[in-house]
Design a protein around this ligand. Sequence first.
Ligand SMILES: NC(=O)c1ccc[n+]([C@@H]2O[C@H](COP(=O)([O-])OP(=O)(O)OC[C@H]3O[C@@H](n4cnc5c(N)ncnc54)[C@H](O)[C@@H]3O)[C@@H](O)[C@H]2O)c1
Length: 263
Amino acid sequence: MNRISELHRLDNKVAVVSGGAGLIGAKLCEILAQAGADIVMVDNNPDLARSEAQRVAQLTGRRVLDRCVDITQEAAVRELAGSVHAEMGRCDILVNSAHYKGGAFFAPLGEYPLEAWNQVLAVNLTGAFLMCREFGKRMFAGDGGVIVNVSSTYGLVSADPRIYGESGINSPIAYAATKSGLLNMTRYIAVHWRPKVRANVLAPGGVENKQDPQFIENYCYRTPLGRMARRDDYQGAILFMCSDASAYMTGAVVTVDGGWTAW
Ligand SMILES: NC(=O)c1ccc[n+]([C@@H]2O[C@H](COP(=O)([O-])OP(=O)(O)OC[C@H]3O[C@@H](n4cnc5c(N)ncnc54)[C@H](O)[C@@H]3O)[C@@H](O)[C@H]2O)c1
């Protein structure tokens, strides 16, 4: 094997990806499978998970399982980790990409509902915690592994309300709190399960996905690279983070945002 393959190949690895059927998640699964990993796509949307798992399996020739699990449910996550180990024999890579899509996008800050706050926290933070706890402790007790928690630029800096114009939409405070919470949760894991488990955060910027044209224009203007991300713009970063290419990196935040946080 040449040095490039040695650093980036994931042959004989098993990767579990929560939110794996999503816009970004499916593309992360795709590149991990192309690098040689077998995939467990975990999502609470069973139809999407099935079709995306089939698509990734056909594209890559890897084994891709779909598992319909609500990651906010402790017993279900515990059972998932047990069944993945029973069926696949191991989990070397855990990527937490799931997030709660709702979350009161129109609510003004002063009226932000507690119910939405709790729903967002349950998936984005508690769900990620449960997945890290159940899969991470097995990595730590076994051959080690890699965890990547997917945050956001909005976990690093506040959402910029100016880009939403008069639409009344905003990115909610609960999203900001959870995406930021992932940063230190991940550092904590990196420190407490060192050196066997490496844990890092990927902080992506916004993906263009049929948003309002004015919003896209505002977002592009606000972004040094002048465009929103494509769905597959995070494949290079996740491959780096999940492979030996990043063997000396833990507790870090990899920001891939077109420069959004640079000014
Ligand atoms: N899309 C963007 O512009 C963008 C920008 C910055 C950060 N991010 C982050 O990237 C990650 C992926 O985003 P995306 O655009 O692919 O989102 P998405 O909404 O397309 O995918 C999220 C997936 O999570 C699943 N999910 C939701 N709740 C779940 C639960 N309780 N249990 C299991 N699965 C659940 C959904 O079914 C969905 O398939 C998220 O963490 C998001 O915060 C996205």
